[in-house]
Design a binder for this molecule. Structure first.
Ligand code: GLY
Length: 782
C-alpha cells in the first residue's frame, strides 16, 4: 500500500526512515524490537562479511577513526564475528549466513594450539562451539577438544584457578572475565561424559567466589595469586577506573559466568552468586534509567562518563537466562531489565544506522579506557551478546511448547541421578556415598545404598525405556541405560564391592520394591538388557526379601510389587504376598475421595502419593496383564488415582511450593509421585490439561532444587526440604532415602510429542485462581 503511494523509491525511503525512528523511540512491542534488531544485525553483518571475505586470515575487531580495524585468530575477540553469523543463521536458516559463518569460523582454527591465553573459551566456543551446536560437524568438535586441552595447560589444581595472563607484575593473575571460558569446559564434560573438565570449571568458579568479590558483590577485575601460599597477593584492575572500582564489563562477565555455571551444574551456590551480582548491578544508584551502564560504575565523571554498550549486551543476555533459571520473584525483574537494555540498544542512539560503522551493529562500546584504546566504538563482542540476547529472548517469547522445559527436567533429573548411577557402575557407591542422617544405626547405613539405587531407578526408568537414538537426548539416554545396566550387575553380584543388602533389616523390603517398580517401568531397556546371570542374582535378591515381614500399612504394597515383578519376569510368584496388601486397601482401608488410610488409620501425609496409588495401580496392571481375577479392582483404583492426581495438581501453589505436611517431607518433590505417575499413564482427568501439570511441576522442581545446600560439594542430595534441614527428617531418613524425589520425573517417559510436553504452556489451577481466573468448583468422587 504505502509503496503504491510512493512510486518514487527515494520518497518511500525518506518516508520510512521518518516514520520508523519515532516508532522505535516510542514503545514498540518487544517482538517488534527483536525483529527490527535482528534484521539490522543481518544487514550489517553481511556488509562486514562481504568486506573481509577475500582477506584471508582476517577477522573484525572494531570500527575506529572511520576505519575497519581487524585482527587475526590469536586476538581474544577472534571468535565473536563467526559467532554472530552462527546466531543469525540459527535464527534465519539462510545458507548465505551459514556459508559465511563457516568461512570465518575456519579463520579462528589455529587458536586451538595456543597455550598463552585463557581466552580460548571466547575464541573457540563462540565460533566452533556455536557452529557445532548447530551443525554437529565432527571437525568442530575436534577443534574444541584440542583447544580445551590447551586451556587446561593453564590450570593449577593447587590454586584452584586457570591462569589468565602472563604479566611480569603479577605471579598468577586471574581476571573475572575468565568465568566466561568455563562454558567450554562444561560443554566438554557433557559431550564426552567425562567430569574432569567440569570439575575444573567448578573449582575455578568456587575459588573466584571466594576471592574476587567484595561484600557488596561487586567484583575486582584482577586477582593475582601467590603461588606458594595460594592466597591472593594483589587485587587490582587492568581496564577499570581503579582497583577498588566496579568496571562494568567485568561485572557483566561475572553475572553471565555464574548464571551459565548454574545452568550447567544446577549448583544453587552459583544461582545465589548470579542473583547477588544481578542485584548489585540493577539496584546501583549510578545505573542509568535506560539500563546501559557507564563504562565503570565508579568513574567520578558520571553522569558525563562514557557508557559501555558491550556491558549492557552481556548483561541483557545473562539476565534473560537468569530470569528462566531463578524461580524467585526476582525473575520478572531480570527479564524486565534485559528487555529495557535491548530496547535502549535497539534505539537509534545505540543501533548503528544501516550501512554505517563498517557493518558493526552496536555503537558506544568501551574496550579499554585506561589505555585510551577502543573508546566509544562498536565492539565485536558487544554485537555478539546483543544478537545472542535477541535470539534468546525471541526463543523465550515464542516458546510454544514444553520442549525446553523437557530439557530442564532432563538436566535436573540427571544431575540428581548421576552420583548414584556413576558410582554404582564403577563399583564405588559404598565407598563414596555419604550417610547423612539423624540415625547412626550401622544397618541403616548398609541399607541406604539400596535406597539410593532403587529409588533413582524407580524415577529414571520410564525415560530410559524410550531407548537410545541419534538425537542428543537419545545419546544421553544410551549413556544412562548403560550406567544402570552395568550398575545393577554390581548391585547383585556377590563379588562386587557394591553388592547390596536385601535382607537383615526391614528397610531393604522397601527398596527392593522401588527397584521392582523401576524395572517394571523399563522392561526393555533395563530388564532385557541385564545379562542372564544378573537377572538370576536379582531374582534371588528379590526372593531373599520374602524373609522380611511388612508392617500393616503402605508397607504391604512392597511385597505385592516385588511379587508382581517376579510374576512378570519369571512367571512364578507368591500369591499370598502379591494379594494380601491389595485386599487390605481394597476392602478395608479406603477412606473416601481418593484417600486411603495408611493401614487402618488415616494419615495426613504424602504416602498416598509416595507409595499407595502408584504401587496399587502398577500391581493391578500387572495382574490384569496376567489375567488374575483380583485385577477387577483396577478400574476403580484408576479412577481414584486420577482423582488423587487432580487434588495434587491443586496443591501446587502459584509460586511453586506445596504444603509442608506429614512424614517424610525430605522426599521433596517425590511427594508428587502419584501425579507424575498419572501423567505418565495418561490417567489425568480430562479437565486437566497435561501442560498445566508440566508447568506446575516445573515450578516446584525449579524452586526446590534452587535452594542453597540442596546438594553437597560432590553433588549428593542433602537431607532437607528446601535446602539442608536435617531436623525435618525422621530417624529412618538418610542420604539414600532422599532419592525418592526422582519419582517426579516419570513424565519424561512420555515422548516429546506427547501432549504433556507438546502443549503450549498454561497456568496450573492455583496460579489461575490467584490471578483472578474463574477455575470452577472441585468435587469429591463417590
Ligand atoms: N576480556 C577482555 C575484556 O573484556 O575487555
Amino acid at each position: 500500500m504505502i509503496m503504491k503511494l510512493f512510486n518514487n523509491k527515494f520518497l518511500y525511503l525518506i518516508f520510512s526512515i521518518f516514520i520508523s525512528i519515532p516508532i522505535i523511540a516510542q514503545e514498540e512491542s518487544i517482538n517488534q524490537i527483536i525483529e527490527y534488531g535482528l534484521k539490522r544485525a543481518e544487514n550489517q553483518s553481511l556488509i562486514l562479511a562481504q568486506e573481509l571475505k577475500n582477506r584471508e586470515h582476517v577477522l573484525p575487531r572494531t570500527y575506529e577513526n572511520n576505519k575497519l580495524q581487524t585482527i587475526h585468530y590469536d586476538h581474544w575477540v577472534s571468535g565473536f564475528f563467526p559467532g554472530v553469523l552462527w546466531l543469525l543463521y540459527e535464527n534465519n536458516q539462510d545458507t548465505q549466513f551459514r556459508k559465511y559463518a563457516e568461512l570465518y569460523t575456519a579463520r579462528v582454527e589455529p587458536a586451538k594450539q595456543m597455550t598463552n591465553t585463557h581466552d580460548l573459551g571466547f575464541m573457540l566456543y563462540c565460533s566452533f562451539g556455536q557452529g557445532y551446536r548447530l551443525t554437529r560437524n565432527p571437525h568442530y568438535l575436534d577443534v574444541i577438544k584440542e583447544g580445551t586441552n590447551n586451556l587446561l595447560a593453564r590450570w593449577n589444581p593447587k590454586l584452584g584457578v586457570i591462569k589468565s595472563w602472563e604479566r611480569k607484575q603479577w605471579q598468577y593473575p586471574v581476571i573475572i572475565d575468565n568465568m566466561m571460558n568455563l562454558e567450554m569446559l562444561c560443554f566438554m564434560s557433557q559431550e564426552f561424559s567425562d567430569r574432569t573438565y567440569i570439575k575444573v570449571a567448578e573449582t575455578h568458579a568456587q575459588t573466584t567466589i571466594k576471592n574476587h568479590f567484595r561484600a557488596d558483590y561487586s567484583t575486582y577485575h584482577v586477582i593475582s595469586y601467590d603461588t606458594i601460599t595460594g592466597m591472593p597477593h594483589a587485587k587490582k584492575t587492568a581496564q577499570g577506573y581503579a582497583d577498588h572500582s566496579s568496571w562494568s564489563r567485568g561485572q557483566a562477565w561475572g553475572l553471565y559466568g555464574y548464571t551459565m555455571m548454574y545452568r550447567e551444574t544446577l549448583n544453587p551456590i552459583y544461582l545465589e552468586q548470579a542473583r547477588k551480582i544481578g542485584n548489585f548491578l540493577i539496584s546501583h544508584p549510578r545505573l542509568p534509567k535506560d539500563k546501559v551502564p557507564y563504562w565503570d560504575y565508579d568513574d567520578p565523571q558520571i553522569p558525563n562518563a562514557k557508557r559501555d554498550a558491550s556491558a549492557a549486551s552481556i548483561m541483557a543476555s545473562a539476565f534473560i537466562e537468569l530470569s528462566q533459571l531463578d524461580p524467585s520473584d526476582m525473575a520478572p525483574i531480570w527479564l524486565e531489565t534485559a528487555q529495557k537494555q535491548l530496547r535502549t540498544l535497539s534505539s537509534p542512539e545505540y543501533l548503528a544506522e544501516a550501512g554505517t560503522m563498517g557493518g558493526f551493529i552496536i555503537k558506544h562500546g568501551v574496550g579499554d579506557l585506561r589505555s585510551k584504546n577502543e573508546v566509544d566504538v562498536p565492539l565485536t563482542y558487544g554485537d555478539y551478546y546483543y544478537v545472542e540476547a535477541l535470539v534468546r529472548l525471541k526463543k523465550l517469547i515464542s516458546r510454544p511448547t514444553g520442549i525446553s522445559e523437557r530439557e530442564i527436567w532432563i538436566k535436573k533429573m540427571t544431575r540428581i541421578a548421576t552420583p548414584v548411577l556413576e558410582n554404582l557402575a564403577a563399583g564405588t557407591l559404598k565407598k563414596n556415598m555419604p550417610f547423612e542422617s539423624l540415625s547412626n544405626d550401622s544397618l541403616r547405613r548398609k541399607a541406604s545404598y539400596l535406597e539410593a539405587v532403587g529409588r533413582t531407578i524407580c524415577g529414571i526408568a520410564p525415560w530410559l525405556e524410550l531407548g537410545s537414538d541419534n538425537t542428543k537426548e537419545g545419546k544421553l539416554r544410551a549413556h544412562y541405560i548403560n550406567l544402570v545396566v552395568k550398575g545393577l550387575r554390581n548391585a547383585v553380584n556377590p563379588k562386587s564391592p557394591d553388592n547390596l543388602m536385601f535382607n537383615n533389616h526391614s528397610q531393604p523390603l522397601v527398596d527392593a520394591a522401588f527397584l521392582a517398580e523401576g524395572i517394571l517401568r523399563a522392561p526393555t531397556q533395563i530388564w532385557k538388557k541385564l545379562d542372564n546371570q544378573t537377572q538370576k542374582w536379582l531374582i534371588e535378591k528379590w526372593k531373599e526379601s520374602r524373609n522380611i515381614k511388612p508392617f500393616e500399612s503402605n508397607w504391604l504394597l512392597f511385597p505385592s510389587i516385588i511379587e508382581a515383578a517376579l510374576l512378570e519376569f519369571t512367571g512364578e510368584y507368591d500369591a499370598k504376598r502379591l494379594n494380601y496388601g491389595i485386599g487390605r486397601f481394597r476392602d478395608e482401608w479406603y477412606k473416601g475421595d481418593a484417600w486411603y488410610g495408611d493401614g487402618k488409620d488415616f494419615h495426613l501425609d504424602y504416602y498416598n502419593s509416595l507409595v499407595i496409588h502408584p504401587m496399587l495401580t502398577e500391581v493391578l496392571r500387572i495382574m490384569k496383564k496376567h489375567g488374575l481375577p483380583e485385577a477387577d479392582f483396577l478400574p476403580i483404583q484408576e479412577k481414584r488415582h486420577s482423582r488423587f492426581a487432580e487434588q495434587m495438581e491443586r496443591m501446587i501453589s502459584p509460586e511453586g511450593s506445596y504444603p509442608v505436611i506429614g512424614r517424610s517431607i525430605a522426599y521433596r518433590f517425590g511427594s508428587f509421585h502419584a501425579l507424575a505417575d498419572a501423567a505418565l499413564l495418561h490417567l489425568l482427568p480430562v479437565e486437566i490439561n497435561p501442560a498445566q501439570v508440566r508447568c506446575g511441576l516445573t515450578s516446584v522442581i525449579q524452586r526446590q532444587l534452587s535452594r542453597p545446600n540442596t546438594f553437597d560439594s560432590a553433588g549428593w542430595l542433602r537431607v532437607g526440604y528446601a535446602g539442608s534441614q536435617i531436623q525435618m527428617s525422621e530417624e529412618y531418613i538418610n542420604t539414600g532415602s532422599l532419592y525418592l524425589c526422582m519419582a517426579v520425573f516419570l513424565p519424561l517417559g512420555l515422548p516429546a510429542d506427547d501432549a504433556f510436553w507438546a502443549n503450549p504452556s498454561v497456568e496450573w489451577t492455583a496460579l489461575k485462581a490467584w490471578n483472578g481466573i474463574d477455575v470452577g468448583t472441585d468435587h469429591a468422587i463417590h
